[in-house]
Ligand binder design. Structure first.
Ligand code: GRF
Length: 216
């Protein structure tokens, strides 16, 4: 399955996908990396991995739709079958989300539907949550909504700050993003009545506890 990865920054989730795709058994390849920011560090990762990459700078377009039309053109021209948002910091319009319905996924650093949007770790700590985590979900018209594919949890420790928590959650993000892409590429994911069912996979595989060892 051909992936198009959209980034805006560091690109550690992109790196997790690059590393996964380097395994000949992995059922997907990265056909294109697009950054909306020319200075995104993740672009270096794409170049180092000799991937097809480009910047489509949202500032060069008169409105969101024309920016997104350019994204869609580039993705289509590269034959992309699954769009992976990986720290892509632009709100998407319904035109884009409808074009890619069921074919675009996002990684979000919270246990959705709690804490959509930004500053998720600060907000989880402030709310006194005992667990934080990350979610991979299909992209829908509403930001950080859409059918959930897989989640990972990690405890919030008494001395955690947003950075220490973010580091721990990020490791889990990398695991679950790769796992979700594999399932989609293997045709194991079905969306029924707005929620995801995963064929032939044990229940325990669809959540991930980084503090436990579990093989899939
Ligand atoms: C991750 O925490 C991801 O969940 C969120 O933005 C961050 C991107 O990090 N959407 P990176 O660019 O993948 O390192």
């Amino acid at each position: 399955m051909k992936l198009g990865v959209l980034i805006s920054g560091r690109g550690s989730n992109l790196q997790a996908l690059i590393d996964a795709c380097a395994n000949p058994d992995f059922p997907a390849e990265i056909a294109l990396v697009i950054s909306n920011r020319p200075d995104a560090a993740g672009l270096e990762r794409a170049i180092k991995a000799r991937l097809n990459s480009q910047t489509i700078d949202h500032k060069a377009f008169k409105d969101r739709e024309s920016f997104e039309d350019e994204l869609t053109n580039a993705l289509q021209n590269a034959g992309v079958e699954l769009v992976c948002l990986a720290g892509f910091m632009r709100v998407l319009t319904p035109k884009f989300t409808e074009r890619w319905a069921g074919k675009a996924i996002n990684i979000h650093p919270s246990l959705l539907p709690s804490f959509p949007g930004l500053h998720t770790h600060e907000r989880a700590i402030e709310a006194g949550c005992r667990f934080a985590g990350a979610t991979v979900h299909f992209v829908s018209a509403e930001m950080d909504e859409g059918p959930i594919i897989i989640q990972a949890t990690t405890p919030i420790l008494a001395n955690d700050d947003a950075n220490s928590l973010a580091d721990r959650v990020l490791q889990a993000e990398h695991e679950i993003y790769v796992r979700a892409v594999r399932w989609i590429a293997e045709g194991k994911i079905l969306i029924k009545n707005g929620s995801v069912s995963i064929e032939g996979i044990e229940d325990e595989a669809s959540y991930y506890l980084p503090t436990t060892k579990r093989s899939v």
